[in-house]
Structures are given as structure tokens and as C-alpha cells.
Design a protein around this ligand. Structure first.
Ligand SMILES: Cc1cc2nc3c(=O)[nH]c(=O)nc-3n(C[C@H](O)[C@H](O)[C@H](O)COP(=O)(O)OP(=O)(O)OC[C@H]3O[C@@H](n4cnc5c(N)ncnc54)[C@H](O)[C@@H]3O)c2cc1C
Length: 314
């Protein structure tokens, strides 16, 4: 068991950014993730040859730190500009070049990321030890937990870690759920260029055509249900909920027919209540920091800024 300077749980944008900054500072870092690949909620699913962004759909760059990072990612071919007219404010929007997952992949290629490693228990023992579901152990002198706050609370509970201040910080953070429908179409939809529509007071919150968006060689559709619809159907029959959403989406499909579809349940999508600072440092013998999009801005840019602040602070 190697003992890196920092053990990071979560290979979303926050965890990967923290690992990148730490590595640039000359520290060693290992990132653990329960998923099959890095990226967390910046995820792109393959459906045969087709691709479908089913978590984050785009991001804005409001701060100089994130703008500078995105310039580097653009130069490396990892992101591209994509600004729908219906989001008519002054901010440009960006997407991953081959789907949102291109950005975390760009960061992960220079890092040590261990996937399919769900951390189930933590122990403080001359640093930190993380025990994973697969029976492996990983250690680190400091620990960064960059996962949604409710999952971090579960992990602390399962570890018997009663850290009152940390629990209070994490309990402030709350997320909307989101049901996402990923459908293959036989032709492009009738969604307006560049391939998206946002809805208000509707069962559907968002629709995107990933072919028009330029990330899929074949037409695929992403539908995000509203928080109210998602909450009402979260633990019910997901395929039935997906079929209902596709029926409601019909006016936007034009002549396109649905070939097949999947439904993904995000228990934690966007945080509507957040901790005001970009991270929280626990009162522990060995350093333990919590970060992610629940800390600060509450979106892709916020996750980056949280990781950046953690990388500088550790
Ligand atoms: C449906 C949806 C739509 C969204 N739309 C937008 C949008 O349009 N624009 C925008 O800016 N943001 C959007 N977001 C939010 C955005 O995706 C997030 O803010 C950002 O990606 C969060 O990054 P993160 O690193 O904080 O967390 P995550 O990306 O969630 O990363 C956390 C990682 O931790 C891993 N993990 C969790 N528990 C464990 C464990 N016990 N052991 C090991 N690994 C674990 C997970 O597998 C995950 O990979 C959306 C999110 C969703 C779900």
C-alpha cells in the first residue's frame, strides 16, 4: 500500500482539479472513484456509435481562474464553445468536445485515478486509510472528500466518525434529484439550433439534441425532468416515467421517431443549498477537507473552484 501525500475520494471535476493542483505543487495524489470512469456528473454515455450527455449539459466561465483553465482545455481540444440563443445573458457557454466527459478525461490522463473503487469506510491511523467495497485499502497523509454531501455524510456515519462541525457543514447542502432520459432517434429532432430548449413550469426542465450539439455522430436526445417530476417518480417505475417524458417531448421531435431509450436516476444533480466557502476543513488530527459543487457556486465552475481552493490549501 503506497502512502501518497493526499488521498482524494471522487473523480468529478472538483477531485480531479484538486489532484492536478497538488501534482503541480510536487505532491503525490491518488484519486478513488466508484464509477467505471472519471468525471462524475460530467458524464457522457455511449449508445452504440451514438453519444449522450446525461448529467451536466454545458457550463459557463464567469471567473478568471476558470476562464484561464478552459483556454488551456480548448487549446488541447477538450472543450468547445456552445452558446444557445435562449440562454440570452452575457456569458458564453462551453461543452466537452466529444461530450461533457472530455473535460474530466483531459485532467485525468495525467493523474493516478483508481476507478471501480467505492470507499465504504475511513479510518484515521497515522494519516488516513480508505477501505473500498472491493476489499482494497488506500492510504494518504491527508484526505479530500469531493463527493455530494449526503454521500459524504453516509461515509462518515459508516466510519463511526462523529465530527460535529463537519456534520453541521455538510448538512447545510441539499440537492435536487433529476431523472434523465437518453433516447436514440432515427433522425435529428426539431429542437432549435444549436440543439436545446429550456422549459419553465413544465414536467420537462431541459431537452438537448446531442447530434445538433455536435457531440454525437448519430441523433440522440437528452431530457431532464423538472425537480418536482423527478422527486415524484424517483423510486417508481423509471421506464414508465421515461415514456411519459418522451410523450411530453413529442412536439419538439418533429418527424423523428424514438428507436430506444434509457432512464438514469440522479439522486443528486444541482445543489440548491450550498456551503458558502469553496471547501470545509475538519478539526481532525490528520488533514481532512470536504469539497465539490456543494461548496460555493454549485455547478461545473463551482466544482472547479472548489478543487482549485483545496489544491492550494492542502
Ligand atoms: C442532470 C444534471 C444536470 C446538470 N446540469 C448542469 C449544467 O448544465 N451546468 C453546470 O454547470 N452544472 C450542471 N450540473 C452539475 C454539475 O454536473 C456538477 O456541479 C459538477 O459536475 C459536480 O462536480 P463534483 O466534482 O463536485 O462532483 P461529481 O461530479 O458528482 O463527482 C463526485 C464523484 O465521486 C464519486 N463517489 C461518490 N461517492 C463515492 C464513494 N463512496 N467512493 C468513491 N467514489 C465516490 C462519484 O462516482 C463521482 O464520480 C448538472 C448535474 C446533473 C446531474
Amino acid at each position: 500500500m503506497t502512502n501518497p501525500d493526499v488521498l482524494i475520494i471522487g473523480s468529478g471535476l472538483a477531485g480531479l482539479t484538486a489532484a492536478t493542483i497538488l501534482t503541480e505543487k510536487g505532491k503525490s495524489a491518488i484519486v478513488l472513484d466508484k464509477g467505471r470512469g472519471p468525471g462524475g456528473r460530467m458524464s457522457t454515455r455511449r449508445m452504440g456509435e451514438a453519444r449522450c450527455d446525461h448529467g451536466a449539459q454545458y457550463f459557463s466561465t464567469k471567473t478568471a481562474d476558470f476562464q484561464n483553465f478552459i483556454k488551456k482545455a480548448e487549446a488541447a481540444g477538450a472543450v468547445k464553445n456552445w452558446t444557445p440563443a435562449h440562454l440570452d445573458d452575457d456569458h458564453s457557454r462551453w461543452v466537452g468536445a466529444n461530450g461533457m466527459n472530455s473535460l474530466p478525461k483531459f485532467l485525468a490522463k495525467n493523474l493516478t485515478v483508481k476507478t471501480s473503487q467505492r470507499v465504504v469506510r475511513l479510518e484515521q491511523n497515522n494519516g488516513w486509510i480508505a477501505y473500498t467495497e472491493s476489499g482494497d485499502q488506500f492510504s494518504g497523509k491527508a484526505l479530500v472528500i469531493a463527493i455530494p454531501a449526503p454521500q459524504a455524510l453516509d461515509l462518515l456515519k459508516n466510519s463511526g466518525l462523529d465530527l460535529p462541525e463537519s456534520l453541521a457543514a455538510l448538512r447545510q447542502i441539499e440537492y435536487y434529484p433529476c431523472l434523465a432520459v437518453l433516447a436514440r432517434l432515427d433522425r435529428a429532432s426539431a429542437l432549435p439550433a444549436p440543439g436545446s430548449l429550456a422549459f419553465e413550469n413544465h414536467e420537462i426542465a431541459w431537452m438537448a439534441d446531442n447530434f445538433q450539439k455536435g457531440i454525437s455522430p448519430e441523433p440522440t436526445l437528452t431530457i431532464h425532468a423538472s425537480p418536482a417530476f423527478s422527486q415524484a417518480h424517483l423510486d417508481g417505475d423509471l421506464q414508465a416515467a421515461g415514456a411519459k417524458l418522451l410523450e411530453l417531448a413529442k412536439p419538439q421531435l418533429g418527424d423523428a421517431e424514438v428507436l430506444d431509450f434509457q432512464v438514469h436516476r440522479w439522486r443528486y444533480s444541482l445543489p440548491y443549498q450550498r456551503f458558502p466557502e469553496p471547501f470545509f476543513k475538519a478539526e481532525t488530527e490528520f488533514p481532512m477537507l470536504f469539497g465539490g459543487d456543494g461548496f460555493g457556486m454549485g455547478n461545473v465552475e463551482g466544482a472547479f473552484l472548489s478543487g482549485l481552493a483545496i489544491g492550494k490549501a492542502v
